[in-house]
Write a protein that binds this ligand. Sequence first.
Ligand SMILES: *Cc1c(COP(=O)(O)O)cnc(C)c1O
Length: 389
Amino acid sequence: MKVPFARVFCDGNELKYVQEVLASGWLTTAGKTFEFEKRFAAAVNSKHACAVNSCTAALHLALEAIGIGPGDQVLVPTMTFTATAEVVRYLGADPVFVDVDYATRLLTPEIVIRALDTHPHLKAVMVVHFGGQAACLTTANQSGILDVCRARGVRVIEDAAHAFPAKWDGRMIGSFGDITCFSFYANKTITTGEGGMLTTNDDQLAKRVKVMRLHGIDRDIWNRFTAEKASWEYDVIAPGFKYNMPDINAAIGLAQLERAEFFRSERQRAVEYYFKHLQDVPGLELPHSHVPAVDHAWHLFPLVLNERAALDRNRFIEALGAQGVGTSVHYKPLHRMTYYRERYQLRPEEFPNAERIWRGCVTLPLYAGMTPAELDYVIRAVRELLTPG
Ligand SMILES: *Cc1c(COP(=O)(O)O)cnc(C)c1O
């Protein structure tokens, strides 16, 4: 048997909507993209949604829109994908890396407060909702990450690449912060092949993002003049980017969006099965949740093999691979990557929790439509490898 790490489910209206796009004769950004934006904004309860061709593009546009520039500092957790940090460098700014909470792999208000105290010039914080679990954004007594940052005039960009659909305190991720960025990469919770979405409630930020995602062409100026001028007339107000989402991709996204909650509940079902059958394995730490199971996007099922485990992480991954079980590692922390380590002279001692996670982290297969046979196969393989004797 082979159990892949991830599997895409495209058995809804994907083909139908793509065929509509092909039949329309217009393949790039138009009606399907606008419809996808409208429906996504409604799904996360945000005022604006801007479709782009990756989450990385969304993160870049987000930082550009809030005015991040050369020499600025942006807080980034070390336990994330390089995209979260590289976009800071795109703008000539510098990431300030911090450790994460051991149990959840998330930033906490305490970590953010400490960082803001020691780096008073921080302009923004990148909050990564690791694995599909929301970080503590707000609390009743205003001590969440967003509360703390707002009180100090620091912007918050949420990297929600893992976190659709997810909730914090009963509210959808995508409706909270200054800007939230989602990924529709092939193995994310819903996909457009490649793609991303940026959401915000701020009219000014949305306007800037919409201009910058397509060459800095100002649509409003253009629209204002279309009545009197020829349709080829437009103005360019900045050296923008080419980040728009084509309608072919949006068509797939629309179909995936219709099934997003079903996919999520499917992953939750698989996770509950894993929990039930991997509870008591020596040396195996299961993921810790601080949100209700139904509020978790369950993009990943991340484990830690600790010192008591019968074999180390690398041999564990190899042995599972030999049995046809796909796994992944989330993440080799950014402070260990050559570019960031050398440029910012980062030392592992500064990131004790991320180091402890890194030594033992391995992520098991998780996707909608995982069969009981697939789950049993993975569970049996894991148990056998980690149970001595
Ligand atoms: C996948 C991912 C991204 C980048 O998403 P793309 O759509 O591939 O650009 C950014 N951040 C995190 C945490 C991710 O997992």
